[in-house]
Design a protein around this ligand. Sequence first.
Ligand code: HAM
Length: 419
Amino acid sequence: MLITRPRGTNDILPGEVEKWQFLEQLTGQVCREYGYGEIRTPIFEHTELFSRGVGETTDIVEKEMYTFTDRGDRSITLRPEGTASTVRAYVENKLYALPQPVKVYYAGPMFRYDRPQAGRYRQFHQFGVEVFGSNDPAIDAEVIAMAMDIYQRIGLKNLELHLNSVGCPACRPVLRQRLQEYFKPHLENLCLNCQGRYERNPLRILDCKSEKCQGFGKDAPTTLDVLCPDCADHFAAVKGYLDEVGVSYTVNNRLVRGLDYYTRTAFEIMTQDIGAQSSIGGGGRYNGLIEECGGPATPGIGFALGLERILLTAERQGIVFPIARGPQVFIAIAGGGVAKKAFGLLQSLRQQGIAAEQDFLGRSLKAQMKYAGKLAARLVIILGEEEYNRGVAVVRDMQAGEQQEVALGDLVGFIQERR
Ligand code: HAM
């Protein structure tokens, strides 16, 4: 029986993978410019990291984690996101002893047991950044502006940046109380999940995916109604910095985000072009998370972009990536007598940094030319016995449709001139 890939996962094939490589290169370049260094953490962690870090009442922890017991009887979880792992690494490796802020970025697969549909997968990929050790609102603006810069360099259009402040431990109890008062008359009509959240974390009710709960939450009090003076000042300063660099945003006081660790700034980037899964990135500040994970009290902020959703948006918007296709050179073998010489030439071209290919199926010369066209080779070296004995080969420029004899000793120079 045919074995297929697990539901919600994707194979990224040659032809498609070049777009991923382009994104990796572009994000790496942007990170260098903004002063971020790469960090690589394990794909799985102790389950407790996420239940404590992401939050017990979130959808992610309540229903979406890939959790299993390993052979040593430990509860292990495939990472559903990158922030908790990065925070753990910051604390465990004592990066707080370095000059602050510490700015890191990561990219890789994340795992959530969600219902798969276009733009929503069980294994998906994020590119993300985290900054530790600064409470300066300018860092909030840098992180947001950096995300927008990346989208812009990819060429994405029609994006909306939603911005909110979700307050801090000083404003939260007030909101909690107001939310409980507001939802009390509707309590029995909320979904079972939200009935539980009412006591544990009523803010989560605003993030419920059920239409019924969303309806009841329409006029609920919001974080912006209860911000303490420090949070209000911080939010105003973040907006000021964003205005300064021309990043436009919509203040959205309903934006809650799906993770519990946020304090103050929260943001999400949406597009209408990819259907229901409209969030192509999001992030925010998490000033309590480092302490929660056993580190010294340290502020933090970051974002993560969903790479599948970026590629889907790019496709829907007709964006073509600048991707080099095909080998520089194809060596066509005209007669079995030169097969070994052709193979030698192929190897030597590659060793000199020239992408080269040949036929390995014993095709006729005509079929080799057709194959070279399919590979999108720019030049074809036609190596015949008679020419080889004269010390030359015929080189055909596939685009111009012109060909000429070139001395074997001059081949590399000839090819390099036409790169
Ligand atoms: P998040 O909003 O859960 O935030 O995920 C960030 C992005 O990952 C989303 O905007 C979306 O583009 C993509 N994404 C999420 N789930 C899926 C899925 N099932 N399939 C495809 N793409 C998906 C975080 O993960 C936070 N760690 C971001 C952060 C970093 N906050 C502070 N620092």
